[in-house]
Write a protein of this length. Structure first.
Length: 98
């Protein structure tokens, strides 16, 4: 069990490192040519990924709106009847005017 956790951790670290490298390569290929921006170092690319995660992804796996909102909606949706779901979707798509 401990061995698989260790391998999982190594895989996650390698994936994050590879993602930062790909971000750096794509930035350095596209952004200077399109927008005239400076080249990024590897650590700057990693920092941009962290900043984007904080600004747009929140902390953890729950997004920027906190823990449980998606779960609560999913639970509510599953407990709705077909008629309630249809009425909800109608109100959502038509702005509640019907």
């Amino acid at each position: 069990m401990r061995h698989s956790h260790f391998l999982g951790l190594i895989f996650i670290i390698a994936a994050i490192a590879a993602f930062a490298a790909v971000t750096m390569l794509l930035w350095n290929w596209l952004m200077p040519a399109i927008f005239g921006l400076k080249l990024l170092t590897y650590w700057q690319a990693a920092g941009i990924l962290v900043l984007a995660r904080l600004l747009f992804g929140g902390i953890g796996h729950h997004g920027p709106f906190g823990h449980g909102r998606g779960h609560k909606f999913r639970e509510k949706w599953q407990n709705m009847s077909e008629e309630e779901r249809k009425a909800f979707m109608e109100a959502k798509w038509h702005g509640g005017s019907r």
